[in-house]
Design a binder for this molecule. Structure first.
Ligand SMILES: [Zn+2]
Length: 430
């Protein structure tokens, strides 16, 4: 409460405070006999006093009740009380408020965490699991990577649920290749999203997170092979050697892909170029192999040996996006042209995620269209899928891929841990 020009002096009767906590001025009517003045005997202790030497008695006493009384030194006391009160009031606010983790630049994080041409927005290299989860709601150089694969997971899951309601995945063996494919297109973006979220808990966890990411991508290539081998194979290749061995070769490809891509991480710091070539090759091999039947169908169509097909146009879009995905993964554009400009938005890995997801969408449309339109023809030519060639191949590959990931993770998990201090302010070569 502002009391312009005047304050109340407390006098020298501090002992009174023991008994009367809150002095209340009832107004000047006390002098006219009406109940007024100070409450509970405070009149003995208090008197009106001018604020400054030149104020004199110009300021009259108030003629209305005053509940807040300023005494000598009262401003300081009230300020102190306010500070304490604010502390008490702030307590639950602090408990409820979420403190977002601090971000670092490229020179403050160990080399293993650095990304090509990404200068800022790095999370702490020893983040806790909670910090990692919170960081997905904070703008850093991984946030868009996380969400560009987390949201599509739900889109593919929704499409899978819709298919579950229209197809009989349990007893209709013709749908099993699609079942495996749909499972894997839900798993790979989800695993990638988790890998990007938890990759800054430690250097070891970063490697292990990306081992799982590569394993999921490699299994996705098996899902493509299983669906292509059963639904997309050109008519003239049905029951050929390639058709009969398509899925077993694809299983071998997944093992090669996971093994090479995991191994490439160990070369990353010493031989970055070799590591990149190895990792890119690891994913290109299964992609080229899986797409052979599709390339042949597109080739036949170019020669005029096929009619207009919705499936084929979707497949063509998928192939275009697949090449774009591969280009973005290897080129590191646009951030290589302007390092630091695309740290948060628009760097190649985000575009790579988006391109991969859009490509997968078209691939899914193409596979579903082929599955529906070619059903009668494929089944009449004895191309019914077997359990071993679909769900069995997926289960075997899953176990073997997890085994490869375990082999690469074991030395990292058993390695003696270094101190978990804050990141170095200087360039730290690790
Ligand atoms: Zn990624």
């Amino acid at each position: 409460m502002a009391m312009q020009g005047s304050v109340l002096a407390l006098g020298k009767c501090l002992a009174c405070l023991e008994f009367m906590l809150f002095p209340v001025w009832r107004g000047i009517r006390a002098s006219s006999g009406v109940a007024g003045g100070w409450s509970q005997g405070w009149g003995r202790c208090l008197r009106w006093e001018p604020d400054g030497p030149d104020q004199g008695a110009r300021f009259p006493v108030f003629d209305y009740p005053i509940w807040l009384v300023l005494c000598r030194g009262g401003h300081a006391t009230i300020r102190e009380v306010c500070q304490r009160g604010r502390g008490v009031v702030r307590l639950p606010t602090e408990m409820l408020s979420i403190k977002l983790p601090q971000l670092f630049n490229i020179h403050q994080v160990p080399k293993v965490f650095r990304e090509d041409s990404i200068i800022s927005g790095y999370r702490h290299p020893r983040s806790s699991a909670l910090d990692c989860v919170l960081s997905s709601f904070q703008m850093n150089n991984e946030t868009v990577n996380i969400w560009t694969h987390f949201l599509p997971t739900w889109y593919f899951l929704w499409r899978f649920c819709v298919l579950c309601s229209t197809l009989n995945f349990l007893t209709d063996s013709y749908t099993w290749p699609l079942l495996v494919y749909m499972l894997l297109i839900c798993i790979y973006p989800f695993t990638s999203s988790c890998a990007h979220t938890f990759s800054t808990m430690s250097p070891e966890s970063r490697h292990i997170c990306y081992f799982f990411d590569y394993g999921a991508l490699s299994l996705y290539s098996l899902g493509c092979a299983i669906s292509y081998g059963h639904y997309v194979m050109p008519d003239c290749w049905l029951s050929s050697w390639l058709h009969q061995h398509f899925v077993p070769i694809a299983v071998g490809n997944t093992l090669l892909c996971t093994g090479l891509s995991c191994y490439s991480r160990f070369l990353e710091l010493q031989f970055p170029q070799r590591s990149k070539v190895l990792r890119t090759g690891a994913f290109i091999i299964p992609f080229i192999f899986d797409t052979i039947p599709l390339f042949y169908r597109i080739f036949l169509c170019c020669r005029g040996s096929c009619g207009p097909s919705d499936a084929l146009s979707s497949h063509c879009y998928h192939v275009l996006f697949a090449f774009l995905t591969c280009f973005l993964f290897t080129a590191h554009l646009p951030e290589r042209l302007a390092p630091g400009r695309f740290d948060y938005f628009g760097h190649s890995h985000q575009l790579f995620h988006v391109s991969a997801v859009v490509g997968t969408h078209f691939q899914m449309e193409g596979v579903i269209a082929d599955m529906v339109s070619r059903r009668a023809w494929l089944l009449s030519h004895g191309a019914a899928p077997s359990f071993l060639g679909t769900v069995g191949a997926f289960a075997i590959s899953l176990i073997l891929n997890l085994g490869i990931i375990a082999v690469f993770s074991a030395p990292l998990l058993w390695k003696p841990r270094r101190g978990a201090g804050p990141p170095a302010r200087e360039c730290k070569e690790q």
